[in-house]
Design a protein around this ligand. Structure first.
Ligand SMILES: [Cu+2]
Length: 456
C-alpha cells in the first residue's frame, strides 16, 4: 500500500479552506482564536435572502479543524454573541475541564469574554465541536464544525472530504431561522426537524470527482434531531470507522446506512458510476430517495480498480470491558408524547418545563446518576420506554453495545435507541471527571433528557 502525508496531499489537491485551517491548527499558537459571532450564509436556494446564523469564525459550518493524533488543540474561544456560550468537543476522550458543558464542567462564557481550550487528542478520527450552552438553539443557529484528528499514516485515498449533514428550520418566505425554541410540540415529539436539508451549510452540496477516484468521506450528523437513512449510488464503499473509532475491518456498504444526530461514519468509497452522476442519497419522509450529496463525474483517475482498503490503525484504549466484573446499571427513558407516563407525573414534569426523564429524573440533579471508580468496567442497560427514538450520547468515553453471546458492537459515543427498545452498553470508566449522558435530539435534552456520571 502506498502511503502519503495526508495534509500535504490535501494541500496539493487544492482543498483551499481546509488546508488553511489545518495550518492554523498546526501552528498551535495559544493566540489562535475561534470566535462565535453572527454571520450571514446562503443556505436556501438562490433567489432567497441570506440566512442570519450564529457561526464560528463566521463560517457555516465552522472552520474545519485538523490536528495530528497525539497533538494538543489550543483555541481561545471568543464569544461575540449576545448570549453566553461554550464549546463541546464531541467524542474526544478529553480533559474534563475542557469538555465545554456549561453548568457541569465550566461556566458558560459571557458575551464579550473568552475561554482558553487546550487539550490532548488521544484518538485519530472524525469528531466535531459544537455549542454546549442552550445547545438546542445554539447548534440550530449554526454553532458547529468538524474536528478531524489525523492518523500518523493516512489511508491510501485520493481525497479526504468532510460532509456535515444538517437541516435548518427556516421561514419559507424570509429564509430566516425559526426563532421558537420552546414549542411544546417540538420538545415532546421527535425534536426540532428542519424544512431544508443540506450538507456543509448548503442545500445542494456537490463535489466534482473523477471516475475511479478513491475518497475518504467523513459523514457527521450535525442536525438537531434528524436521523438520516442514506445509500450510495454509483459509489462502492466500505465503512472504516464509527464515531471516530476505527472498525477492526472495513465493512462493505451493502445496504442503507443510518446515522443518528451526533453520530459519524467514515467511509472509503470508489467512484464506480458509468454515467456522469453518483450520489449519497437520503430517504425522505415521502419514501423517495433524494440527493443528499451529489458527486459530479468529470474525468478519470489514473488508477482504475484497486484492492479493498485496509483497516485504519486502532486507537489506544479500545480494550473490551470485562462483563463478568462490570457494575450493572439501568436507565429507563420515559416521557414524551404518546408515552406511558402517568398523567399526573407528566403534568408535574411539564410544570418544570420538561417532558422527559432519565432514570426518573428530568435534567441534571445535584448527585450523579452513578459514581464510578476510575478503570471500572460498567454495563448500562438503556430502556427506551417512550414512543420516540433517541440518540444517547456519553461524554468522555466511548462504549460498545453488548450483543447476544456476550459479543460486542463497535466502539461508539452515541447510540440510537428506538421506541420500546432495550439495549445494553458497556465501557471502561477510564476518563476521570463529570460526564454528561444525554439525548442528542437537542430538544429532548432541553426538555429533561440529561444526566451525568462521575468517574473518580
Ligand atoms: Cu431523545
Amino acid at each position: 500500500m502506498q502511503t502519503f502525508k495526508p495534509n500535504r496531499r490535501a494541500v496539493l489537491a487544492g482543498a483551499g479552506a481546509s488546508a488553511l485551517t489545518w495550518r492554523a491548527g498546526f501552528a498551535q499558537s495559544a493566540a489562535v482564536v475561534l470566535t462565535a459571532q453572527r454571520a450571514n450564509a446562503q443556505i436556501a436556494p438562490e433567489g432567497y435572502p441570506q440566512t442570519e446564523v450564529w457561526a464560528y469564525d463566521g463560517a457555516l459550518p465552522g472552520p474545519q479543524l485538523r490536528v495530528p493524533q497525539g497533538a494538543r488543540l489550543r483555541r481561545r474561544f471568543v464569544n461575540k454573541l449576545d448570549v453566553a456560550s461554550s464549546i463541546h468537543w464531541h467524542g474526544i476522550r478529553i480533559d474534563n475541564a475542557m469538555d465545554g458543558v456549561a453548568g457541569l464542567t465550566q461556566d458558560a462564557v459571557p458575551p464579550g469574554n473568552s475561554f482558553a481550550y487546550d487539550f490532548m487528542l488521544p484518538d485519530a478520527g472524525s469528531y466535531w465541536y459544537h455549542a454546549h450552552t442552550n445547545s438546542m438553539e445554539q447548534v440550530a443557529r449554526g454553532l458547529s464544525g468538524a474536528l478531524i484528528v489525523e492518523e500518523p499514516e493516512a489511508p491510501d485515498v485520493d481525497r479526504d472530504e468532510v460532509l456535515m449533514l444538517d437541516d435548518w428550520l427556516l421561514d419559507p418566505e424570509t429564509a430566516q431561522i425559526d426563532p421558537d425554541f420552546s414549542q411544546p410540540m417540538t420538545l415532546s415529539h421527535g425534536g426540532r426537524l428542519g424544512n431544508l436539508i443540506g450538507t456543509n451549510g448548503r442545500f445542494n452540496y456537490a463535489l466534482a470527482v473523477k471516475r475511479h477516484e478513491r475518497l475518504r468521506l467523513r459523514l457527521i450528523n450535525a442536525s438537531n434531531a434528524r436521523i438520516f437513512v442514506l445509500r450510495l449510488v454509483g459509489l462502492s464503499g466500505w465503512q472504516v470507522a464509527l464515531d471516530g473509532m476505527p472498525l477492526p475491518a472495513p465493512q462493505p456498504v451493502a445496504q442503507e446506512m443510518v446515522i443518528a444526530p451526533a453520530q459519524r461514519i467514515d467511509l472509503i468509497v470508489d467512484v464506480t458510476a458509468e454515467g456522469a452522476q453518483s450520489a449519497i442519497e437520503r430517504l425522505g419522509n415521502d419514501d423517495q430517495w433524494h440527493t443528499q450529496v451529489g458527486f459530479e463525474i468529470a474525468g478519470q483517475a489514473s488508477r482504475a480498480r484497486r484492492d479493498p482498503p485496509s483497516a485504519l490503525p486502532p486507537n489506544p484504549r479500545m480494550d473490551l470491558p470485562d462483563l463478568a466484573q462490570a457494575r450493572s446499571l439501568e436507565m429507563k427513558i420515559e416521557g414524551g408524547a404518546m408515552g406511558r407516563m402517568a398523567m399526573g407525573q407528566m403534568r408535574t414534569l411539564m410544570q418544570g418545563g420538561n417532558f422527559w426523564t432519565l432514570a426518573g429524573q428530568a435534567g441534571l440533579g445535584e448527585a450523579p446518576f452513578a459514581r464510578l471508580s476510575r478503570g471500572e468496567p460498567v454495563r448500562l442497560r438503556l430502556l427506551n420506554d417512550t414512543a420516540f427514538p433517541h440518540a444517547m450520547h456519553l461524554h468522555g468515553m466511548h462504549f460498545r453495545e453488548v450483543l447476544p453471546q456476550s459479543k460486542f458492537g463497535p466502539m461508539r459515543d452515541t447510540i440510537l435507541t428506538m421506541a420500546g427498545q432495550s439495549q445494553e452498553i458497556a465501557f471502561i470508566a477510564d476518563t476521570p471527571g463529570k460526564w454528561l449522558l444525554h439525548c442528542h435530539m437537542l430538544a429532548h435534552a432541553a426538555a429533561g433528557m440529561t444526566a451525568w456520571i462521575e468517574v473518580a
